[in-house]
Design a protein around this ligand. Structure first.
Ligand SMILES: *Cc1c(COP(=O)(O)O)cnc(C)c1O
Length: 370
């Protein structure tokens, strides 16, 4: 059966803003400043405002953003880093690369975010960081996480790759941790036309450090002097221009995602476990994941009706082969993450979905649940 509703439709979004994108791309090419430069500075200023008035550094992607955040905050070999059991593997890769040790903690059953009530039992004398992930666009419980971090002298990095514009009590994601990292991978809520990422903070000194590290350890304006052993983790100007052209649409796009989510929840909530939005929390629904008992059968039935579905993510953090190799077999230790990894299935959600497509997804889901 032909696809009636894809999981995401980047072409539909491009068509809706084609002129703006073409103009932005042409101006970068005409100015021939392809790496860093005014397009990146402009996007950084715009994105900092979008996050509620923080400092922002554009970088190469969301994984490198996490690496830079950990280095800027001084992660040393042997340091332990608390991370949730359900996320994309990029949340833990930089920790291993820097000689740190990820300490996995289970998720809450409602949002599948890091469970604050399980953090303190996982702390040791070597714990230095907590990396909560705002999974699916729903913020992690930052007030509780920050309280634990303050009590034990830990630094907090928000992995906000899925949560551009999400809020807790009206305060945007990106303002809660010491640093927050974003991915602008094409399929994220704010997506570039290639790889891109960002690091934000209320502390300008931390963002200056990220800017040095991303550019071979150069001080701003320096050419030959290198004050750090850094990286080439810079943002392309073409990506920055695309992102700056898309950013003015973000509030409207996130609101449309929230509207689709409300319709799904209203139609499906009595039949199946749907995402919840905690009181005071505003999700931006990067993913709308339900939990079903027979996922394989459900996905096949959806496909037969022309509806694409996905899984985010079928393997929890501790069960990836290279993680088992390094941390040992922790199967059974994080039952919430393990159970949800077997059940979660993502329905199509993107701002350009038509109301007909929303209805098609609802109808197909109800039928496939039978
Ligand atoms: C996408 C993602 C990343 C990695 O971002 P990239 O830009 O692909 O490197 C990190 N963490 C989470 C939770 C993600 O969803």
């Amino acid at each position: 059966m032909a696809i009636k509703v894809p999981l995401n439709d980047l072409t539909a979004q491009y068509r809706s803003i084609q002129g703006e994108i073409q103009g932005a791309i042409s101006s970068v090419i005409e100015n021939s400043a392809f790496i860093g430069g005014p397009a990146v500075s402009r996007f950084e200023a715009d994105y900092g405002k979008f996050c509620g008035g923080v400092h922002a550094a554009g970088v190469s992607n969301g994984t490198d953003a996490l690496m830079l955040a950990l280095i800027a905050l001084g992660l040393k070999p042997g340091d332990e880093v608390i991370i949730p059991a359900q996320s994309f593997i990029a949340t833990l890769e930089p920790i291993f690369h820097l000689g740190g040790k990820p300490i996995i903690v289970d998720c809450t059953p409602d949002t599948l975010n890091l469970d604050p009530s399980k953090i303190e039992a996982a702390l040791t004398a070597r714990t230095r960081f907590i990396i909560p992930v705002h999974l699916y666009g729903h913020p992690a419980e930052m007030p509780a996480i920050n309280a634990i971090a303050r009590k034990h002298g830990l630094r907090v990095i928000e992995d906000a790759a899925q949560a551009h514009g999400a809020e807790i009590d009206g305060v945007r994601i990106g303002q809660w941790g010491d640093l927050a990292t974003f991915s602008f991978f094409p399929g994220k809520n704010l997506g570039a036309y290639g790889d891109a990422g960002g690091v934000v903070s209320r502390d300008p000194a931390l963002i200056d450090e990220v800017r040095r590290l991303r550019n071979h350890g150069r001080e701003k304006g320096a050419k030959y002097e290198h004050c750090r052993i850094g990286f080439n983790f810079r943002m392309d100007a073409l990506q920055a221009a695309v992102l700056a052209a898309k950013l003015p649409h973000m509030e409207k796009w996130n609101e449309r995602r929230r509207e689709i989510a409300r319709q799904y929840t209203h139609a499906l909530g009595a039949k199946v476990k749907v995402p919840v939005e905690k009181t005071g929390y505003q999700s931006v629904y990067h993913i709308y994941a339900i939990e079903v008992l027979n996922r394989g059968r459900f996905m096949t039935k959806m496909q037969e009706q022309g509806i694409q579905t996905g899984i985010h993510y079928p393997i929890p953090m501790h069960l990836h082969a290279p993680v088992i190799e390094r941390l040992g077999d922790q199967r059974g230790k994080f039952p919430v993450a393990e159970r949800s990894a077997e059940r979660v299935v993502s329905l199509p959600i993107y701002p350009e979905m038509t109301s007909i497509q929303v209805d098609q997804v609802i109808q197909a889901t109800l039928e496939s649940l039978e």
